[in-house]
Design a protein. Structure first.
Length: 293
């Protein structure tokens, strides 16, 4: 019997590092769509063609804007709930609005939507369950969504593809835009409780979407070195590349310098649809110091 291949299981087996793998996004547009999500969730949906064109246009104007489809059930209505999540390092926020499918969605304008949207004060927890994009997202994501919903109720949402099929189950915490990977149902209470305290849970931490990937890795190493898990413990300052990366953060006790390098050599199948192994970049810590300003 041929062994069924799951890219997430292979990633776990090769003990691939999770940190430094989150997609960089500044603004998320979360649109409720309870229908079936095909492989290309938005373009293959039944959303009106002008809506799809508008979303494509918005992404061209704002390269770090990411639209996602979300749902809590398969029930349809004539209105869609919509969230705009801004995920900067400082003062991230969530805005909430409802859209009329017939009258408003095809004229989608982020600026106008933000003007009429109201602040949403509760955190959101999104789990990628997009099985038509990669079977790992359904196999590992659906149990995570159920586990998250048991803990946080209506703050839990299924979402379409967020990047990193091989890290399923993938869980995102908003408004900070924190990615967690290889999450299991037993991890969920620890992640949710850490986020409610304003902390990072390092064991499954992929990174914050406001940072470039090398900064995500440096952030992980800095927290591991210092034991400081609070989201506001450090602020990113700069990153310089030579034969290695030097990344600076500021903290309550001054400047912190993380030196790291990209490590090559790890190769593997990175999605369930891939047939050819690809290089898998990993980051390695060289050192941590506190230079004077």
């Amino acid at each position: 019997m041929t062994e069924r291949f799951f890219c997430s299981e292979k990633s776990r087996n090769r003990q691939e590092f999770l940190f430094g793998t989150a997609t960089r996004v500044r603004t998320w547009l979360l649109i409720e769509y309870p229908g079936v999500w095909r492989s290309d969730a938005i373009n293959e949906s039944t959303l009106p063609t002008p809506v799809k064109e508008r979303l494509e246009h918005l992404q061209k104007l704002q390269p770090f804007l990411r639209p996602l489809l979300i749902r809590q059930s398969y029930r349809r209505s004539d209105r869609m709930r919509c969230f705009i999540v801004n995920t900067p390092e400082i003062s991230p926020s969530i805005l909430y609005a409802e859209l009329s499918i017939c009258d408003e969605l095809d004229r989608l304008d982020i600026a106008q939507l933000m003007e009429r949207a109201r602040p949403f004060e509760e955190p959101l927890f999104l789990v990628c369950t997009h099985g038509n994009h990669d079977k790992c997202c359904a196999k590992f994501g659906i149990p995570i969504y159920k586990a998250v919903r048991e803990v946080v109720g209506e703050q839990a949402w299924e979402c379409s593809h967020v990047g990193g099929d091989r890290f399923a189950g993938n869980l995102l915490c908003f408004p900070h835009g924190i990615y967690y990977g290889h999450v299991t149902p037993s991890d969920v209470p620890f992640i949710v409780n850490a986020y409610s305290r304003g902390d990072v849970h390092l064991d499954n931490y992929r990174g914050r979407c406001c940072y470039a990937r090398v900064v995500q890795a440096a952030d992980y190493f800095l927290r591991r070195q210092t034991g400081r898990l609070s989201l506001d413990s450090f602020r990113y300052k700069s990153a310089v590349k030579s034969d290695k990366w030097t990344v600076h953060f500021t903290g309550r006790d001054g400047l912190h310098e993380i030196t790291l390098r990209s490590r090559s050599g790890l190769v593997g199948i990175v999605t369930c649809h891939s047939s050819t192994p690809s290089p898998i970049p990993q980051f390695e810590l060289i050192g941590h110091s506190q230079p004077a300003f």
